[in-house]
Design a protein around this ligand. Structure first.
Ligand code: PGA
Length: 250
């Protein structure tokens, strides 16, 4: 069966020193967990220090973004190979904040997914509808287009190993979680879309996270749903105590 994956997206929080303390505290609370994949995604400036701090632990390291080119004149950007080189295993691609504030599109998400896979990184591709979309009953249309656009040109085998995070924009950082039923319905829709594009085997092995105000008091209900295989967590990942409770959701 699919191994649950709980990932912490620290966004623009924590210096390197603060991040090291956080992962040390986290490791003390979660080092016995072996049936859940744990990933932390600190800012770029903390990655190297945290790679050293988590060496030999069960915690994986993800970046929050990357460029799709291998190198070149792209001031301010970070290449996939650079992330791999400093010990990243994962990378978040197309978070809604990147789409909203930094003009990322399904096309750039697709370019980045291909580049991440080529570099040997495991992408966590984010999709999710805005409140206006949900209110207009357009959730499946919007999320379906993001999934199709993002995954275009990938092989069934590549898709089988992917993680997709379904994050309704209206639930991010708002304290307003999607109900477990609604979250599962969209995750199931994403899985059906993957099945149509790449076949049943890819759909069954791809892991789909829910994200958007996941907290210790709602994680168990979300994780109990059949199509929710994990969580991508912002706010509640910034403290070891709360993040460890999400990792130990059972
Ligand atoms: P949140 O963020 O848990 O603070 O809502 C989730 C995310 O943006 O990944």
């Amino acid at each position: 069966m699919r191994k649950p994956i709980i990932a912490g997206n620290w966004k623009m929080h924590k210096t390197a020193g603060e991040g090291v303390i956080l992962v040390q505290e986290l490791n003390a609370l979660t080092n016995a967990v072996n049936d859940v994949e744990i990933v932390v995604c600190p800012p770029f400036t903390a990655l190297t220090a945290i790679a050293a701090a988590i060496a030999g632990t069960n915690i994986g390291l993800g970046a929050q973004n990357m460029h799709w080119e291998e190198k070149g004149a792209f001031t301010g950007e970070i290449a996939p190979g650079m992330l791999k080189d400093i010990g990243c295993t994962h990378v978040i691609i197309g978070h809604s904040e990147r789409r909203q504030y930094f003009a990322e599109t399904d096309q750039t998400v697709n370019n980045k997914l291909k580049a991440a896979l080529k570099a040997g990184l495991k992408p966590i591709m984010c999709v999710g509808e805005a409140l206006v979309d949900r209110e207009a009953n357009a959730t499946e249309r919007v999320v379906g287009a993001q999934v199709k656009g993002g995954l275009e040109g990938l092989s069934a085998q590549q898709v089988a190993g992917l993680v997709i995070a379904y994050e309704p924009i209206w639930a991010i950082g708002t304290g307003r979680t999607a109900s477990a039923e609604d979250a599962n319905a969209v995750c199931a829709f994403i899985r059906r879309t993957v099945a149509e594009m790449f076949g049943q085997a890819s759909a069954e092995s791809i892991r789909i996270q829910y994200g958007g105000s996941v907290k210790p008091d709602n994680v168990a209900e979300l994780m109990a749903k059949p199509d929710i295989d994990g969580a991508l967590v912002g706010g509640a990942s910034l403290e070891a105590e709360s993040f460890s409770k999400l990792v130990k959701f059972k």
